[in-house]
Design a protein around this ligand. Sequence first.
Ligand code: ATP
Length: 301
Amino acid sequence: MDTIEVKDLVKKYGDVVAIDGISFNVKKGEIFSLLGPNGAGKTTTIKSILGLIRIDGGEIKVNGKDIFLNGKEAKKNIGYLPEMPSFYENLTALQTLQFFAELKGVDEDCMALLKEFGLEDAANRRVGTFSKGMMQRLALAQCLIGKPNLLILDEPASGLDAIGAYEVRKKIKELNEKGVTILFSSHILSEVQEISHRVAILNKGKIVAIDTIENLGKKFELHPRLRIELQRPSSYVLNFVKNVKGIEDAKMEGNVIEVICNPAVKTNVIKAIEEAGGKIIDFKTIEPSLEEIFIKMVGRK
Ligand code: ATP
């Protein structure tokens, strides 16, 4: 049984078809991301999975339970981070978590949770005085109340600076390593690429691609880029490389030769360089970026 099962989901707002018959499953233990431009339908999909809005068609199960027919059971094990979390400004961080623990009806060590998110020193500070980064950490801590096996995070790094976003990504990975299944939405391509196992690319309420990042690259013939640093590069060596079968593009910048090629011919590239007398100092393979895939699929940034 998969942790989330979405089948033929349709959601309309008046005449606007926000979600146009999408289906996907999130497997147990997976980090699955919904990627798409503004208005693609990410938040609507998330709210549907959480049973927060009425849907116009389809079926959604969480942990095997229908979210609408058996909502209480289905929601028991979900932690949710909304796109813009908001708390009572006058409560302290500790009081906030205690309040949510009470709402959920669970006995939680809230101080330990604050500690886990580096907020122990701010436990007795009013939430209204928190920075955006601290708020987001508190919001993530709130999600973990009751030890859910599924976290649903809507744009978890939204509005955070680079360090804040890095910390959130690190936390997501850590939680996943502890066995928590994660569904998150994002329009930050590098974030999706760094932490997702699989991704669904949404555009105008439809899934335009769904796969692992590696497979999406293969499907759209986006080949890896080889960065080969040479001791003394020359156009002679570059021409040798260009003649290897399966090369899409090869260029030289400084002492680096960059090659886009079918992964199967990587070793032939190395051989060609050595045959031409080139001395390799360093060699790196850069996988195709999700941005390239995204532009191909959606047609715009
Ligand atoms: P963003 O990245 O901007 O948050 P999103 O991918 O989460 O976008 P949604 O918020 O799910 O997209 O919106 C999908 C579509 O549904 C958009 O066309 C949006 O304008 C529309 N929509 C969303 N909520 C409502 C609403 N309450 N009333 C009317 N239309 C809505």
